[in-house]
Design a protein around this ligand. Structure first.
Ligand code: NAP
Length: 330
């Protein structure tokens, strides 16, 4: 029988999300890639439990995650929950999302009242839970009024199926609009989850981080390692078929070789800080206290534990900040 490590809260810093009562470990674990029905259950379970033992109590899912069976990432987490984590339910922050395609037809994607209210029940069944901690609208819907989406999310909270609401991939203006609607409905909105890493700073540039700070709410960064680019893996080159996520596609605007040059320059600074490039990349975006947590994806316990060590050095000297900014501006 699994028994969680006694010292699990001694490892990783925890941040309060804006002025809300929600608190998150600075690193969360995501189940987007390689946590599906074709992936080895015992290996994935080991990573999830190791994460929990080392202070990661926040696990990020979505109703479209898992291959080849859509939803199988939620099912995998639900199985780990039943097998091992159920006694720890009150400690967990389990999140899932609705909005990307889960099937065919108009009610298998986006943010209509019908899709949202159907999807939460399917997610809870998959997760084998009565409620999730944060339920996200996974992306804005160009064809559904935000009012309809906000009302459906409010109903989910009122029904006790989610404790908090988040939005994902909404830009600054869309966030302002949605947060005001949710606040009018007294919905506990907590975070926007969007792509953010050293190479991809759209959320800073478009004012999203400042907007969330103004609302006293938080930001959760997905893809903080730019899908593995911000590690020591690609210092000698990026393969032509590298599977870049749509949110990061523009980082190759000047060609992959230019990114490799930047990665090597950043890696030197990381080494001088006695960090790996991955650890420095996580620490870099956590400098802003509006960033409540960064969600990493990993199938390797070694990488998981190395990434967690990033929490031991989150400080940057003025010289490091200047040098890094100069590299990132190239
Ligand atoms: N809301 C959204 O629209 C959205 C979109 C994308 C992602 N997300 C969330 O964010 C999570 C993370 O996204 P992501 O997978 O793109 O994150 P990521 O952590 O930036 O990249 C993951 C990749 O980095 C590699 N990696 C991790 N640590 C490493 C290390 N120390 N050294 C070398 N390689 C390392 C992993 O390979 P290994 O497996 O070999 O470690 C994997 O290939 C997802 O699971 C999901 O929950 C949300």
């Amino acid at each position: 029988m699994y028994v969680a490590a006694n010292n699990r809260y001694d490892v990783l810093p925890i941040r309060r999300v804006g002025h809300t009562g929600l608190q998150l470990p600075i690193i969360s674990l995501g189940l987007w890639r390689h946590y599906g029905s074709s992936d080895p259950y015992a290996d994935r379970k080991q990573i999830i439990l190791s994460a929990f033992d080392h202070g990661i109590f926040s696990f990020d899912n979505a109703n479209n995650y898992g291959k080849p069976d859509i939803g199988s990432a939620e099912q995998l987490f639900g199985q780990v929950y039943q097998d091992s984590l159920k006694p720890y339910r009150d400690e967990l922050v389990v999140t899932t999302k609705v909005g990307f395609e889960t099937g065919v037809g108009p009610y298998a994607q986006f943010n209509s009242r019908k899709n949202i209210l159907q999807a939460i029940d399917r997610s809870l069944t998959n997760l084998q839970m009565d409620y999730v901690d944060i339920y996200y609208s996974h992306r804005p819907d160009p064809n559904t009024d935000f009012e309809e989406t906000a009302l459906a999310l409010a109903q989910i909270v009122q029904a006790g199926k989610a404790l908090y609401i988040g939005i994902s991939n909404y830009d600054a203006e869309q966030t302002k609009k949605m947060v005001k609607l949710l606040q009018d409905l007294q919905v506990p909105f907590v975070v926007n989850q969007s792509s953010y890493n050293m190479l991809q700073t759209r959320v800073k540039d478009d004012g999203l981080l400042a907007t969330l700070k103004d609302f006293n709410r938080g930001f959760v960064a997905y893809g903080p390692l730019c899908e593995g680019l911000l590690t020591d893996r690609y210092l000698n080159g990026i393969p032509a078929d590298f599977p870049i996520h749509w949110s990061n596609a523009d980082i190759f605007a000047n060609g992959k070789e230019a990114v490799v040059v930047q990665l090597n320059q950043l890696n030197k600074i990381a080494q001088n800080r006695q960090q790996t490039l991955a650890q420095m990349a996580l620490a870099w975006i956590l400098r802003d206290q509006t960033v409540s947590s960064v969600i990493i994806g990993t199938t390797s316990e070694k990488n998981l534990l190395a990434n967690i060590e990033a929490g031991q050095n989150l400080e940057f000297s003025d010289d490091e900040v200047s040098a890094i900014n100069a590299i990132l501006k190239q």
